[in-house]
Write a protein of this length. Sequence first.
Length: 277
Amino acid sequence: MAHGKVEKTNAARLLDRAKINYELVPYEVDEEHLAATHVAEQLGEEIATVFKTLVLKGDRTGYFVCVVPGNHEVDLKAAARVSGNKKADLIPMKELLPVTGYIRGGCSPVGMKKRFPTYIHSSAGEHPFIYISAGVRGLQLKIAPAELIAFVGATVAEISREGEVRYFLQPTGCGGTVFAARVEDYLARYDVPAREKTDVRWAQTCMELEDVVEPLDAALEPPLRRRMQAKLWQALYFRFDYGQAYLPQLEANLVWLDEALQKLTEYQQRRNTHRKK
């Protein structure tokens, strides 16, 4: 078990009580780079052994937890299927603390406020040990996958896919040759790696908002729909200080947008209720 000067977290103490072997491993925190890739770099470990903990909400079963390799993205359809839901989505960031007791960058599958159904990617079993958050930023738990799976009662499943594309086809559309090219060569040509984290987060944001905005656009009356569009423009393009780091501002704007859209939804619901009377 872990000993030494590192202060134990609630997750570690729970493992102690269960007499489960683990090691507490500290790392340097970068508030602007909370991704698992940064953790892996700080630990000097392969990203495939550093697992991240994500909380989702299904339309039938409610909250559940997915533990996946740091270089993977949750496959929402697969996660919904294995958890007994028709649809599942990642919970908004502002809900993470009240639901789990943890914050972004320090979310652990061990020691949440409630014991939610947990699913862990099958690749965990390929390693003698994996890393998960110890429940705070800057501290990881190094633990045998079988011990973790047994302790949290996890189901092993294919719930994610590697978020890396190795090849692509470039069709000319004009009778020219279609050829295969390595993505890293294409990215290097346009200096994409320097912007990769920002570009990936922007793409994720657009996909997430598409699922939110489409049904809302159909539900809102024209005046409220115009307000929604104005909020979107503000959150995505206007509410930025160009002298400050972009990604933290984007995350803050998304929280602000989520609250604004919720207010519009509630206002529309009140109008609908009033009409029925």
